[in-house]
Design a protein around this ligand. Structure first.
Ligand SMILES: Cc1cc2nc3c(=O)[nH]c(=O)nc-3n(C[C@H](O)[C@H](O)[C@H](O)COP(=O)(O)OP(=O)(O)OC[C@H]3O[C@@H](n4cnc5c(N)ncnc54)[C@H](O)[C@@H]3O)c2cc1C
Length: 497
């Protein structure tokens, strides 16, 4: 069977690895000239990631690479990032006098840190919270995330798992669950802000999204030597070694159909390639509309609600990273509820935003010339359905970010900047991402699990989808799983050839 995979991002690479040894003839068509997609880099003297910086659940990368017959450790060196984060609070109220707390994945180290910050009771509550997260993860991952659904009712099967999720307060509000363990407002923030990764307010998300905190703050965070793009490069190498073909600079313009089936793909330059099955990973619905212009996109995507977007500032600096910081730093703005109302309800810029600042040269100094550093700052901002006029306001957003970086001491002075790149929602739109957000359709309950646009296309039985806009969703662990789930559908339907 000839299988065409469109896109060499993490979803397409995962599908390629999981199918690599099936005996089918597999080709990956990628529009750009390198693997990685959103997990890419800005090259030059400084190797700066311009997408994900927090690598969790490395076992999913290992699983894909070993499905293709390779060993991950032979292809890339993964370094444990410990602490996973350092969280900074604007009022400076912490035991270290710097206004910060380290978030360790090691449970005992984290318990000690919480004891110093907030006392014995909160430290004991942390142990109970971790036990809760572990139980939630055990039920949720196999039954709600790592699973193909054939109908919304499948969420009720097996019945035991659904009731376990109910009992674990998976359908209660996340902030209520977290607050039932912690009285300290700073700890409540640290263990609930991750809902934003799913495009949700931590104050409105359901308890099931606590698993994101489990994936990073408890299971731990890793960084590949050489930058995040080394992960897709390792996966590409594993798939290629098992016989998968890769074509770069190969933009798929259209899916060729006849008789209710996909017959192949049309690349730019009017080149046609036959395919028996297609796995498409570009962002929907823009790709869907362009590639199948005569078909309406499924209703779940037509009326979908999208996640907020991100403003990125990527700096190569003439100075090394200041030692007071960790690799990943979260600077919490003072307001909490008001910030999420601004971002998600009113769709405005947050007045005093929480910002992720990643300083990867703390873990891997070779990413920058000797003695120099990298600053990656990410501010959540509204997507293009919001009220920001990016053409006119991007300059102010940039200036405000530079001011903050200086105020926090991450950057001594703008004259220390050697290279600068900024990416805002208009840039994400230029890269083919609907509503200018790289975080796709949000994860509110009726856009998650069996309610999210399915990976089996309802119009063509030999068209499958993988990536952020289908199941299970957004983020590296999710899109790796999405590639595996699409591959599983093929292996289960056609068997191994
Ligand atoms: C700024 C930012 C920060 C993030 N932070 C994190 C994080 O810390 N942790 C985390 O887990 N996740 C994070 N994410 C999310 C994560 O990066 C994405 O969910 C994931 O990389 C998406 O992978 P994908 O394969 O689904 O899509 P993509 O990476 O977009 O891959 C799709 C591929 O298809 C190609 N393509 C598109 N159209 C065509 C076409 N017509 N023909 C051929 N090829 C085409 C594209 O070039 C691309 O290579 C972040 C994302 C961004 C942007």
């Amino acid at each position: 069977m000839r299988i065409a995979i469109i896109g060499a991002g993490l979803a397409g690479l995962s599908a390629a690895c999981h199918l690599a040894r099936s005996g089918h003839q597999i080709t990956v068509y990628e529009a750009s000239d390198a693997p990685g997609g959103r997990a890419g880099t800005v090259g030059g003297d400084y190797i700066i990631d311009n997408g994900p910086t927090v690598l969790t659940m490395v076992e999913l990368v290992e699983e894909a690479v070993s499905a293709a017959g390779s060993r991950l450790s032979d292809l890339v060196e993964l370094i444990r990032v410990d602490p996973a984060y350092r969280a900074f609070f604007s009022d400076g109220r912490t035991h270290d006098g710097e206004g910060s707390i380290a978030v360790y994945a090691d449970t005992e180290a984290m318990r000690d840190e919480i004891k110093l910050l907030a006392g014995e009771k909160e430290a004991d509550a942390y142990l109970r919270f971790v036990a809760h997260l572990a139980r939630l993860y055990e039920v949720e991952f196999p039954n709600f995330i790592d699973r193909n659904f054939n109908s919304p009712l499948s969420v009720l099967r097996p019945p035991g798992s659904f009731y376990s999720l109910l009992r674990l307060r998976g359908f209660s509000r996340l902030d209520k669950v977290v607050s039932s363990y912690f009285k300290d407002d700073r700890l409540r923030r640290i263990f609930s802000f991750q809902a934003l990764y799913a495009g949700l307010s931590p104050l409105k998300a359901l308890g099931i999204y606590a698993v994101i905190a489990y994936m990073d703050s408890v299971k731990g965070v890793w960084f590949p030597r050489g930058g995040m793009n080394q992960v897709p490069r390792a996966m590409e190498a594993a798939a290629a070694a098992a016989g998968v073909r890769f074509e770069y600079g190969a933009r798929v313009e259209r899916l060729v159909t006849s008789g209710g089936m996909i017959r192949g793909i049309e690349l730019s330059a009017r080149r046609f390639v036959d395919a028996d099955v297609v796995i498409a990973t570009p962002d929907r619905p823009l790709f869907d509309q362009a590639a199948l212009p005569n078909r309406r996109i499924p209703a779940r995507l037509r009326y979908a609600e999208y996640s907020p977007s991100a403003f990125l500032m990527l700096l190569g600096t003439k100075e090394s990273s200041p030692p007071a910081f960790a690799h990943h730093n979260i600077f919490f703005g003072k307001p909490w509820k008001e910030s999420f109302e601004a971002l998600l309800d009113r769709r405005e810029l947050m007045r005093d935003p929480s910002v992720l600042v990643s300083l990867p040269t703390i873990t891997d100094p070779t990413l920058a010339p000797e003695g120099k550093g990298i600053v990656y700052a990410l501010e959540p901002v509204p997507n293009l359905a919001g009220k920001v006029d990016w053409l006119n306001e991007r300059g102010q957003v940039r200036a405000a970010m530079l001011d903050r970086l200086q105020k926090w001491g991450v950057l001594s002075d703008p004259s220390a900047i050697a290279t600068e790149t900024t990416i805002d929602p208009l840039d994400w739109l230029d890269r083919g991402m609907a509503l200018g957000t790289p975080f796709s359709v949000s994860h509110r309950f009726f856009q998650s699990g069996p309610f999210r646009a399915a990976n089996q296309d309802p119009r063509y039985s030999n068209l499958l989808w993988a990536g952020s806009s289908t199941v299970p969703g957004v983020g590296i662990p999710m899109v790796l799983t999405s590639g595996k789930l699409a591959a599983q559908r093929i292996l289960e339907a056609g068997g191994r050839s």
